[in-house]
Design a protein around this ligand. Structure first.
Ligand SMILES: N[C@@H](CCC(=O)N[C@@H](CS)C(=O)NCC(=O)O)C(=O)O
Length: 204
């Protein structure tokens, strides 16, 4: 989702092959044996198989958004936030989402571990409209999809929880053209398909 956000915001278009994780195409595994998505192959054949690398690649070609226009302090804060998100927060999120598969602790426990991160983000958003400044940037777009997942586990709880700044930040994201532009479902790719492009319509 974060890779699609950066591609869409950058005003570039890529060929998109939707993957079913239970049935990974041989070509995917041949270019990136670790078998995670997303994977992007650039025109000169470079393989990018980390979503953050794809975000950077897209944003470096863009003149439409300034998500990488960061001061050194903002850059440092961005790295810290994303590292924390992709590390401990994502681990707690996965356990919170699938608490029944991790019976060593309760769902409540996993949620509370995730909330340690929510408190940090809430504090940032209370001081600024976005995570590292007044404008949306890489940190927001790299992290928002995960907060959306966290919120979705128990919407009623999340809506009543004491995170007004996160709630407003997430609501605005979910209402944005950018978010809605990346959401339409795409059918899984088959070898015989004609190319499918993303975004389908560049004027989106
Ligand atoms: N660090 C990677 C993580 C990617 C990742 O874990 N992707 C999941 C789907 S969201 C995946 O491909 N899992 C492989 C599988 O379930 O087989 C990135 O952000 O690019």
């Amino acid at each position: 989702m974060r890779a699609r956000l950066a591609i869409m915001a950058s005003g570039i278009q890529v060929e998109l092959r939707e993957i079913v994780l239970k049935n990974k195409p041989a070509h995917l595994l041949s270019v990136s044996p670790k078998g995670t998505v997303p994977v992007l192959i650039t025109e000169n054949g470079n393989i990018l198989d980390e979503s953050l690398d794809i975000m950077h690649w897209a944003l470096q070609q863009a003149n439409t958004v300034n998500w990488l226009n960061l001061t050194p302090e903002q850059h440092k804060a961005t790295l810290q936030l994303i590292q924390h998100n992709d590390g401990p927060f994502k681990q707690w999120l996965d356990k919170y989402k699938y608490a029944d598969r991790h019976p060593e602790q309760t769902e409540l426990y996993y949620r509370q571990q995730g909330e340690l991160t929510l408190s940090i983000l809430e504090q940032k958003l209370a001081n600024n409209t976005h995570l590292v400044g007044k404008d949306p940037s890489l940190a927001d777009m790299a992290i928002l999809p995960f907060i959306r997942q966290f919120a979705s586990v128990d919407k009623a709880w999340f809506n009543a929880a004491p995170y007004p700044y996160i709630q407003a930040w997430l609501d605005k994201f979910i209402a944005s053209n950018l978010f809605n532009g990346i959401m339409p479902k795409v059918s899984p790719w088959h070898e015989t398909d004609l190319p499918h492009y993303f975004p389908t319509n560049l004027s989106n």
